[in-house]
Design a protein around this ligand. Structure first.
Ligand SMILES: *Cc1c(COP(=O)(O)O)cnc(C)c1O
Length: 371
């Protein structure tokens, strides 16, 4: 260890919105056996993980999932680049960094879009979605983020899906930072394409993303454009569903961990996990307010797993981060236009009330003394 290596605390409290603190059983699973991905053991693991992923996504027997080795963005990009047909176009509902990312992904693949730019941390206006769809019959798909992690805002994707369907369009949902802890269900909410990742509210290890949809929707991609070779959903679906084998070499340890994490997520249940995260977030938010800190969003708009907080006067983000890191807490910067004034605190993962209380005490010590 050289002098520039920071001391390694026993357990860092990760308040970044993923990768999260994992359960010991999930971390231990990473050390599973060396394995060939074209042997029956991996085939069984893949099929098991896909099935449990579909359950976590609120799918029924009509639905299935394709699990990709890659982060959440790989799943979002696979969904957008595969689902929008050659002559189709995408309505991008954009109220933050991840809405904007949909736009960038579509641009990279030459997909025509209409960008509904609502402004960061501005709730989605379903009437505006309706007007945009009515005005442009060429828009075949609507892209919307469920939990906009840039601000902590929970978007009403079910309302967007209802409008899209009333106009005969499909919805692509970025549920990367919501699935596992917020209500979203393929069947009940009529989500056509749901992109998620293993390492946020499903509490797996980083390295896997997934797309969940109806089997018929995956089948329907047979004639779709192949805009990407590696992220071609139809290729992955065909390999995973028909041959029960991955198209390419998968991140096997991440599958071991996700298998375990999904068991824990399904045993705890989506509602109980939401309640657990909400209790942690409530404790955190009460403490922040007691310290005189301002939270970006009003209570009714907040997801359970993230709080965006204004950086108090008299201290910069880097100093705040350094001070808290030294006490064993990793806080997270805000992005782009919010970066100068806000930072973010996640309550995802295996965090405890004691972690929150210790964090608040450390924060109080780190803040400049109030006049
Ligand atoms: C984390 C996140 C992603 C994916 O980010 P990766 O770094 O690719 O895992 C996508 N969308 C949202 C809303 C996210 O919070």
């Amino acid at each position: 260890m050289n002098d520039s290596t920071p001391p390694r605390p026993e357990r860092l409290v990760l308040m970044n919105p993923g990768p999260v603190i994992t359960d010991d059983r999930v971390r231990a699973a990473l050390a599973g056996p060396d394995m060939c991905h074209r042997e029956p053991e991996f085939s069984d693991l893949l099929t098991r993980v896909r099935h449990k992923t579909t359950l976590a996504a609120g799918g029924d027997e009509r639905h299935t999932s394709v699990v990709l080795t890659g982060s959440g963005t790989a799943a979002v990009e696979a969904a957008v680049s595969s689902a929008v047909p050659r002559d189709g176009a995408l309505l991008v509902v954009d109220n933050g960094h991840y809405g904007e990312r949909f736009q960038h992904i579509a641009d990279a693949h030459g997909i025509r879009t209409h960008r509904l730019e609502l402004g960061w941390a501005t709730p989605v206006d379903p009437a505006a979605v309706e007007r945009a769809l009515a005005a442009d019959q060429g828009l075949t798909h609507v892209a919307v983020v469920h939990h906009e992690t840039s601000s902590g805002m929970l978007n009403d994707v079910a309302a967007v899906a209802r409008i899209a369907h009333a106009h005969g369009r499909e919805v692509v949902v970025d549920a990367v930072s919501s699935i596992g802890a917020e209500h979203i269900a393929l069947a009940e909410d009529g989500i056509d394409w749901l992109a998620g990742s293993a390492n946020k509210c499903l509490e797996g290890a980083p390295g896997l993303g997934f797309v969940s949809a109806a089997r018929t929707a995956f089948e329907g991609l047979a004639g779709a454009p192949r805009r990407s070779y590696y992220l071609d959903l139809h290729r992955h679906y065909t390999a995973q569903e028909k041959a029960q084998a991955p198209a390419f070499t998968p991140g096997i340890p991440a599958f071991y961990a996700f298998d375990e994490a999904l068991d824990l997520a399904l045993a705890e249940g989506r509602e109980a996990r939401h309640a657990r995260y909400s209790a942690l977030a409530g404790r955190l938010r009460d403490g922040l307010e007691e310290l005189g800190l301002e939270i970006l969003l009003p209570p009714g708009q907040r997801a359970a797993s993230l709080t965006a907080v204004r950086i108090p006067a008299g201290i910069g983000y880097r100093e705040l981060h350094r001070g808290l890191r030294a006490e064993g807490f990793v806080i997270y910067s805000a992005q782009e236009q919010l970066a100068a004034d806000f930072f973010r605190l996640s309550t995802m993962g295996r965090m405890t009330e004691t972690d929150i209380d210790r964090f608040l005490a450390a924060l109080a010590r780190t803040l400049p003394t109030r006049a």
